[in-house]
Each structure stands twice: as structure tokens, then as C-alpha cells.
Design a protein around this ligand. Structure first.
Ligand code: ADP
Ligand code: MG
Length: 625
């Protein structure tokens, strides 16, 4: 049979490459702005017409190109920025793939004017669909101007695919913001349909943020500065009270390059944990400087995703630095910055070591073997008014927490084994020893935040929000793995609207959600109809729970131990737990204390943070010396 393989002509190859590099006018904006920065410009002007569909022009005062380079710059894989593969690991420029101009020229009409400082005259080049239409000598200022007209003129399908001018302009402005934020040392201007939209003089970083996002932004910023061996962080986070409902103002720059990272975003979100209302997103403008050798920018054609050698360490440092800043500026209580970074990695059952028991309480309170005794001591749940189902159980229900698993089907056993609860004996040990809860102890709520109780050795202080999250988390996990969640029917079906992407996540989690007690009567492209919710979940909370859950899934650290069940339990616990600031009656306080110590892992919250601390009489005595 005859040979059938042939090499694609250059202009076809360029068009294919353009499919990756140029999705919309904003992609052209990004590439041209980056080239101008790489050329060393300190003044860059962006001019757009009809949201870039008619014209995108970038004018810079950078080093310009010689007449040969001007022509070569439109060749594929033509770059002045790297010479060999090793250079890829020492990148100090934005571009390096040498395909942007070639790709753009394959799908638009391009005019280039460029002049180097040492020359008197410059070059003008006109390209149309990868072909040079003309090249001539012109008088032009030092620097480069690239005009890209009639984008996708030769690919009508792509052109028709473009969104409205409003949407496309939004994308352009986003790109412009990203580049301008990464380079406060360069002045930028943006003209849209003949009128000036932005004029950003050379300034410091804070001023640049304010110039872009408005004067009111200034008072909302908290500086973050951290310099470690592996990572330097500088920039700002927004104070929690100015958090936004949308994820718009979230910027990470790594070595001055804007990047998207769900993983690092998660680090920030967790530093803000407990400080933001449900569904709100922190704002941040953070510059990370790392050794170029430790990152790989090459994994994404538009270069917005990069790979770090040691993501876990970056995560821990970033999270600690943000927490530290929030603490320093009195936004959150100062947290221990020196703590073991491993403690800060996301919660994970498998890696979670068995923690040494810190407090030991009366054996008789152990719900695993002596529930009736507990009851007789007035620790029953009667009269509690928590709105959550989990807390409405009687103490004897605790026993059911982990029993009966053996009798369940293989599948649920398997699920349960996956999360590897520690054995009961290990948990029991916290109830042993001579530091016992005083028989006649009372609880006391401090600042609607902590529950203080006496134990024989001294004092026990419980963080109510974290403790309740732990209780609910184990409860939900149990329901999901044993599929025993009890449902309460709604009088009228609840209709919630979501974006198609969010619906995809709901679908992914649907069966787990059903095991907790949710009943879905209908899931469409942008609508979810719910007819039942887990017992105790108020109807008004349902949309918040789902929104929180979707955002948690989106931001979830993509590691191999990812478990949808675990995440769902964590997320629901977070949404439904009694919050800091909620006042609790005596019996509610006691009930929570008991429920906490009935947990498999009472020492930490589902996010792996300490739920309680103890202080011995000895320690107190020392304070009074
Ligand atoms: P890359 O930026 O990856 O090298 P491009 O296709 O974007 O690839 O650009 C090709 C080459 O053209 C660059 O390496 C650079 O030498 C030159 N060039 C592009 N734009 C400019 C500019 N604004 N000023 C000076 N040189 C430029
Ligand atoms: Mg480039």
C-alpha cells in the first residue's frame, strides 16, 4: 500500500497551534503584553476595538527588533528567549515557546512596526494568514507596535464561537489586570473603543492594586511578607470582612507570572478558615518567588499552570504566612507560626498519626461501654436545642456509631476501611488514667466560643466550632458509609439554580449526598430539585451547604487520597456545626463535650486542628508565682 503520512504545511500547523494558544481576543492580549514585557519596555499601551474582535494593538517602548528578527519572529518555534533545553529550567522571560506570533499571524491580519534604539529607521511588516504581504522601512519610535486585526477571519467557526463584546472585553480586562499587577514597575494604559479605561503609572505594588481596583481597596489590604529558603511571599490579602461572593480578585503570581492553582488557593482558603462567612471568598494578591529550577511552566500551552517540585511545603508555608499576617494585624488570634508545617497539611486519615492522649476523663463517661451511667449523671441530650440532627441523638446512639459494620454489605465495609478509623482501644485510652473529669463538674461558655470545663488535673478548654465539626463529621461519615442517613421530606420541593459546571459536581456527589439523607427529584442542566434533606438540616441551609460543598470540591487539593465521601462529610460538618459566636445552654455545652469525647478522633477537627487544650493546676500554679 502507498505511504499515506505527510508533513503538514506550515500554515496548517500554525493554525492548529493557534487553536491551543489563541482561544479568544484576550489570549492575543496576553501574548502581546508578555512580549512587550520581555522586550524590557517600561511603558505599554493596549488598544482594543469591539472587544478585540476588530483590533488588538500593543505598543511598547522596549528594545525592538532588527529587520531579520522582525520577519523571523513570525516563524514557528522562533524565539530569542531560549537556546537549549536547559534554559527551560532557568526561565526569566514570559515567553519561550516561540509560537505566539506565528499562531496569531495564522488566524488574523497582523501589522508589526518595530525599531531598535541604535537604528534611525524601523521596519513595518504586514502578514495575512501566515504570509508576508509586505515589508518596508518606516519611521517609527523605538520599540514595537503589533496590531492584530480581524481575528479568526479565516476560521468562521471560531469567530462565531466568540461571546458577546461584554464577555470578551471582561476577559481582556482580566488579562490586563493580571499582567499589570505582576509588573507595577511598568506603566500600562488600556484604551477601549477610543476611550481610556485604565492609566496605571509606575508605582509600588499596593498603589498598583489601588489604581486598578479603586481607592477604597487600600484600607482593605493586609500585607503578607515571608522569606524562607524555598519561597519568598509578598503581597496582600483582603481583610475577611471585605471578602467577596465571587472568586474574582484572587491572584497568584509565581516569579511574576500569573498562575492558576486550585491547590495553593486551598492553602489561602484554609488560612481564612473560620473567618469568612459561608460562600464568601478571600481576596488575595500574592507574589511567590521561587527558584526557577524548582518549577516547570511548560505543562500548559497558555502557561497559566505550573508544576512545583515540592507543592506540599509551599502549601504549608503559604498557609502559615497568611495566617500569621491575619493574626499580626489583629484579624484573627495569633496562631503559632513555628508549628510543624506537617500539621498544616490538609486533613488526611491515612497519614494522621495516632495522637498521644492529652486529656483523660472518667471511664464511666465512656459511651462505648457504659452509656446508661452517662445518662444517669445528667448528661443526656434531653432538652438540647441544637438544630442539628447529630446532636439530637441520645447518648446511647453513640454506640451505634461504629457498630453493625460487620453486618453490612462488602461495599460499605470497604468504604469504611478506606478511611481507616483508629481502633477503639486507642480512643479508649484517653478515658484512662487518674486525670478524670470531676464528677460534679460544670461547664462554662467563654465568649461564645470556648467551652471550659474542669477535669481532675485542671482545666479543659474546647473550641466549640471545631469540636462540633468533629462530631458531625464522624456522624456524616458513618451515615454515608453505612448508608443510614435518615431523610426528612420537604413540604414543597426546593429548587436551586447552579451553573452547568456546578451541576456536574452535584451529579458526581449525588449518591453520597443521598446516603446522608438528601433526596433529589430532578437534576437538570442548571437546576436541582430537592424533596428531602437529612434530618435536622434546616431548609434554609440547604443551598449554603451545597454551594460550600461545590466550592470545596473545586478547591480540593488534588491528591491521590482524595475521597469524595470524606470531603462531603467535612464540608457538611463545616456548614452545619454551631459557629463561634453562638451561645449555648448548659446542657448543650455538656452534650457537646460528651459527644466530642465519644468521637473516634476527638483531638482534632476534620481540618486537623486542635479541638481542645488542657491546663493543669500545676501550670496554673506556676503562673501565680
Ligand atoms: P516567544 O515570546 O515565546 O519567544 P513569540 O512568538 O511571542 O515567542 O515571539 C517570537 C520572538 O519575537 C520573541 O522571542 C522576540 O525575540 C520577538 N518579539 C516578539 N514581540 C516582541 C516585542 N514586542 N519586542 C521585541 N521583540 C519581540
Ligand atoms: Mg511571546
Amino acid at each position: 500500500m502507498a505511504d499515506i503520512i505527510q508533513l503538514l504545511p506550515d500554515h496548517v500547523a500554525n493554525q492548529i497551534a493557534a487553536g491551543e494558544v489563541v482561544q479568544r481576543p484576550a489570549s492575543v492580549v496576553k501574548e502581546l503584553l508578555e512580549n512587550a514585557i520581555d522586550a524590557g519596555a517600561d511603558m505599554i499601551k493596549l488598544i482594543v476595538k469591539d472587544a478585540g474582535k476588530t483590533l488588538v494593538q500593543v505598543i511598547d517602548n522596549g528594545k525592538g527588533m532588527s529587520s531579520t528578527d522582525a520577519r523571523l519572529s513570525f516563524e514557528r518555534h522562533a524565539t530569542s528567549k531560549i537556546k537549549n533545553a536547559e534554559d527551560l529550567f532557568q526561565l526569566h522571560t514570559k515567553g519561550f515557546r516561540g509560537e505566539a506570533l506565528a499562531s496569531i499571524a495564522a488566524i488574523a491580519h497582523v501589522e508589526l512596526k518595530t525599531k531598535q534604539d541604535a537604528d534611525d529607521v524601523g521596519n513595518a511588516l504586514v502578514m495575512e494568514g501566515s504570509h508576508v504581504v509586505s515589508q518596508e522601512i518606516v519611521v517609527t519610535p523605538t520599540g514595537t507596535s503589533v496590531s492584530v486585526k480581524n481575528l479568526f477571519f479565516n476560521i468562521p467557526a471560531r469567530r462565531n464561537f466568540l461571546k458577546s463584546d461584554t464577555v470578551e472585553l471582561r476577559h481582556i480586562i482580566d488579562e490586563f489586570h493580571r499582567v499589570a499587577l505582576a509588573h507595577p514597575g511598568i506603566s500600562f494604559a488600556l484604551y477601549n473603543n477610543g476611550s481610556e479605561s485604565f492609566n496605571l503609572p509606575i508605582s509600588n505594588y499596593r498603589q498598583r492594586i489601588v489604581n486598578i481596583f479603586g481607592n477604597k481597596t487600600n484600607e482593605k489590604l493586609v500585607p503578607v511578607d515571608e522569606d524562607t529558603e524555598v519561597l519568598k511571599i509578598s503581597g496582600f490579602v483582603g481583610k475577611p470582612e471585605f471578602a467577596k461572593k465571587t472568586r474574582g480578585e484572587q491572584f497568584f503570581f509565581v516569579n511574576n507570572r500569573f498562575i492558576k492553582s486550585a491547590y495553593l488557593n486551598h492553602a489561602i482558603a484554609s488560612a481564612f478558615d473560620g473567618l469568612l462567612k459561608n460562600g464568601m471568598h478571600a481576596r488575595y494578591f500574592l507574589n511567590l518567588t521561587v527558584d526557577p529550577q524548582t518549577i516547570d511552566i511548560n505543562i500548559h500551552p497558555t502557561k497559566t499552570e505550573i508544576k512545583f517540585d515540592d507543592e506540599h511545603t509551599l502549601y504549608a508555608i503559604l498557609r502559615a504566612a497568611v495566617k500569621h499576617s491575619l493574626g499580626q494585624f489583629n484579624i484573627a488570634p495569633v496562631l503559632d507560626f513555628e508549628r510543624d508545617p506537617n500539621l498544616d497539611t490538609p486533613y488526611n486519615y491515612k497519614e494522621n498519626p495516632v495522637t498521644t492522649p492529652k486529656v483523660e476523663v472518667d471511664r464511666t463517661f465512656n459511651p462505648f461501654n457504659e452509656a446508661p451511667v452517662t445518662k444517669s449523671e445528667g448528661r443526656s441530650s434531653s432538652g438540647t436545642s441544637f438544630r442539628q440532627a447529630a446532636t439530637k441523638q441520645t447518648p446511647s446512639d453513640w454506640e451505634s456509631l461504629y457498630v453493625g459494620l460487620e453486618s453490612k454489605g462488602n461495599e460499605s465495609q470497604h468504604d469504611f476501611a478506606e478511611v481507616e478509623f483508629e481502633s477503639e482501644e486507642e480512643t479508649l485510652s484517653i478515658f484512662e488514667g487518674d486525670h478524670q473529669v470531676e464528677q460534679s463538674h460544670t461547664t462554662y461558655q467563654l465568649h461564645n466560643k470556648y467551652i471550659v470545663s474542669t477535669i481532675k488535673s485542671g482545666m479543659l478548654i474546647i473550641d466549640q466550632y471545631r469540636a462540633h465539626q468533629r462530631v458531625l463529621y464522624e456522624e456524616f461519615l458513618r451515615n454515608m458509609t453505612t448508608r443510614e442517613g435518615v431523610s426528612q421530606q420537604l413540604l414543597f420541593p426546593l429548587q436551586l439554580h447552579f451553573s452547568p459546571q456546578d451541576i456536574a459536581i452535584v451529579n458526581q456527589l449525588k449518591s453520597d449526598l443521598e446516603h446522608t439523607g438528601f433526596v433529589f427529584s430532578n437534576v437538570q442542566e442548571e437546576l436541582v430539585e430537592i424533596t428531602g434533606v437529612p434530618v435536622g438540616v434546616p431548609e434554609s441551609e440547604v443551598s449554603i451547604i451545597l454551594e460550600q460543598l461545590i466550592s470545596d470540591v473545586e478547591n480540593e487539593v488534588p491528591d491521590s487520597n482524595f475521597s469524595a465521601t470524606d470531603l462531603l462529610a467535612k464540608s457538611m460538618a463545616k456548614s452545619l456545626a454551631i459557629k463561634t459566636g453562638q451561645s449555648l445552654k448548659k446542657d448543650e455545652q455538656e452534650h457537646l463535650v460528651n459527644k466530642l469525647f465519644a468521637c473516634k478522633d476527638p483531638n482534632v477537627s476534620p481540618a486537623n486542628r486542635v479541638t481542645f487544650v488542657t491546663m493543669s493546676v500545676d501550670e496554673l500554679d506556676k503562673k501565680f508565682i
